[in-house]
Design a protein around this ligand. Sequence first.
Ligand SMILES: Nc1ncnc2c1ncn2[C@@H]1O[C@H](COP(=O)(O)OP(=O)(O)OP(=O)(O)O)[C@@H](O)[C@H]1O
Length: 292
Amino acid sequence: MKDPLLEVEALSIVYGHGKNAHAAVDDVSFRVMPSEILAIVGESGCGKSSLARGVAGIVAPASGRILLDGQPIRDLEGAAALAARRAVQMVFQDPDASLNPSHTVSAILHEPLIVTGFGSLASRHARVAELMALVRLDASLLERRPSGLSGGQKQRVAIARALAMAPRLLIADEALSALDLTAQARMAALFLDIRDRLGVALLFISHDMRMVAQIADTVCVIKSGRVVEYGPVKDVMMAPKSAYTRLLLAAGLDPKAALGDPVLLAALAAGALDDVDSAVARLLESPGEAGL
Ligand SMILES: Nc1ncnc2c1ncn2[C@@H]1O[C@H](COP(=O)(O)OP(=O)(O)OP(=O)(O)O)[C@@H](O)[C@H]1O
């Protein structure tokens, strides 16, 4: 049995102070093995982005620990701290916000290589060509700026830039949700290909259970900042233990809108699985009722 790459232990992230304090992430634990794809799934506002930012070190946890190769990241110093920071890279939902619009794709991909002191100009060029091939982008796009690319192409550039740091864990925070369905499917295939070729692990943050089923090995379902279900994706899909997971699995239902339904809310609160299933079936038959 291999050792885990990442361990998240009893992590809590709190916004605000005093009586305004609000735990966006509440006592969450999971682990990611090398080259595993773990999906964190839940409806909008459940704390997924906060969790991703906590793992990436962008927001500080109120309590709990994050370990990389068994070492608490917070305790690392000097070269070890730098290596840990590089080992975890993030791809965000909106490439327009994360890619500099005035830079060419070439400049965007050269930058992390320069920052990390990656060899000579010739070796950087070779590495940029390799990164473009990895994300299946044609080299002819190198001189374009982000505005000259499609949404899917921009997201591929963002992934290539993250891969330039030679990460061991990639965090994709709703990285597919701004794309149309065809682009989403192609991007999911790309993530699987990258995992297979590079052995990089993926923390795949999503609200979409169907996308998660296509890509993940393991799934962690989050509701109101807490883990409600965690296990191999096949087990969770075939036999969801929690009523909330069943709701997320109901294809065609928007959980956010459905949660406005009082009967469904009461069934969820009571953990009454049969009542949840019948409420979901009713909402699917008459979408107008839940404003879907
Ligand atoms: N910087 C912040 N300051 C205060 N509250 C925040 C901050 N960021 C998020 N929150 C709150 O924390 C909770 C979790 O938000 P978070 O963005 O992590 O959820 P999410 O599941 O990623 O949602 P979405 O998919 O809509 O981004 C929400 O109630 C949100 O309003």
